[in-house]
Design a protein around this ligand. Structure first.
Ligand code: KG4
Ligand code: ZN
Length: 331
């Protein structure tokens, strides 16, 4: 199956070509103009998707060395995400499919993040425990055959990526803050300052990051000069607090699920401290840990196509005139 996939749920316009589960091309255009506003402005994002989606799709097809006539289906992210940006991608995908008389495969964005780990070579075995950490979601799921998902826990307030972004904003680092905290933390000490690990011993699989945000806010109010002088130490300490909670809860979930395979996904899976912590866990020999390559951690169309390819093998394809997706991940 040769699939053109489209992703436009937030601030990345992306198109990819996937053939039989292999990524032939994956073009990602990030919208940097949101930096000046400290967060994504949905209307600007939708307009930028509209401006670039045709060219990015053409580039993806060209880079795959295939022709439009080689395509057999169009996959597209239908949600969750920002409404305007999603509408651009979905309507583009439907029109493109209509023009070539191809079926459309609707894809859930959060679900697709997991499938950035389904690459050539080592692949997760079902059932597995999945941790999805993005700008809008933090979920622990048990993944069973037939795309069946049991949500074990999720954040009660801010998502992990949102906590990174909001704390970075307080530190004056700009948007998106996750990569900036990650970078600065590399030269800091993770035990320099003590920040809370919210809900780490709660006994369930839920998360909460708003208390950590408040703790950092109070710390900054009382120690502004110290924080500016030791910014890398603050970043490393904040990052350690987030990573400790994510790793501890994931481990608890894997024990409950009795699964050996742990799959990490979403933008925060690019975080170097999180990756290091999960690699250490794998070294114990008790678990196999799957982390997407950093370029497939954040939003991209390749993961959409990889999931669509697997789904196309077992689920009926929708004609392009119909796009009434039945979400199988209730988010
Ligand atoms: O999955 P994603 O690209 O978009 C959503 O679906 O939300 O995730 C974006 C989030 C942002 O909050 C961003 O700050 C965070 O992922 N992120 C990181 C890193 N790279 C991206 N957080 C921590 N460390 C990183 N290296
Ligand atoms: Zn995402």
């Amino acid at each position: 199956m040769t699939i053109l996939s489209i992703e436009s749920s937030c601030d990345e316009t992306s198109a990819a070509v996937i053939r039989d589960g292999k990524i032939l091309s994956n073009i990602i255009s990030s919208q940097w103009m949101h930096q000046q506003f400290g967060g994504v402005v949905p209307e600007l994002s939708a307009r930028a998707h509209l401006r670039w989606i045709t060219e990015i799709t053409d580039a993806a097809i060209q880079q795959s060395n295939l022709k439009k006539s080689d395509l057999e289906a169009v996959a597209v992210t239908y949600g969750p995400g920002l409404m305007g940006p999603l509408l651009v991608g979905v309507n583009f995908a439907k029109s493109f499919a209509f023009s070539l008389n191809l079926p459309v495969i609707p894809v859930n964005h959060i679900e697709s993040h997991l499938y950035a780990n389904f690459l050539d070579g080592k692949q997760p075995e079902l059932p597995f425990t999945g941790l999805i950490v993005s700008g809008g979601h933090t979920l622990l799921v048990r993944v069973d055959p037939s795309f069946s998902y049991q949500i074990l826990g999720q954040t009660r307030d801010d998502a992990a990526g949102e906590a990174f972004d909001k704390i970075a904003k307080m530190l004056g680092l700009g948007y998106p803050g996750g990569p900036k905290i990650d970078q600065l933390a590399k030269s800091g000490h993770l035990t320099a300052f003590e920040f809370p690990r919210p809900m780490i011993h709660s006994g369930d699989y839920d998360f909460s990051f708003s208390g950590l945000k408040t703790a950092v806010k109070i710390f900054l109010k009382e120690n502004r000069e110290l924080a500016s002088a030791r910014l890398p130490d603050v970043c490393a300490s904040v990052q350690a607090a987030i990573v400790d909670v994510l790793v501890a809860k994931t481990l608890q979930a894997a024990r409950k699920n009795q699964t050996q395979d742990i799959v990490i996904a979403g933008g925060v899976s690019a975080n170097s401290a999180l990756r290091k912590a999960f690699c250490e866990l794998e070294k114990t020999g008790k678990y196999r840990v799957f982390l997407p390559p950093p370029v497939l951690s954040t939003d991209n169309a390749a993961m959409v196509g990889l999931l669509a390819n697997l789904k196309s093998k077992v689920l009926p394809l929708l004609p392009h005139t119909e796009l009434s997706p039945v979400p199988n991940l209730a988010i």
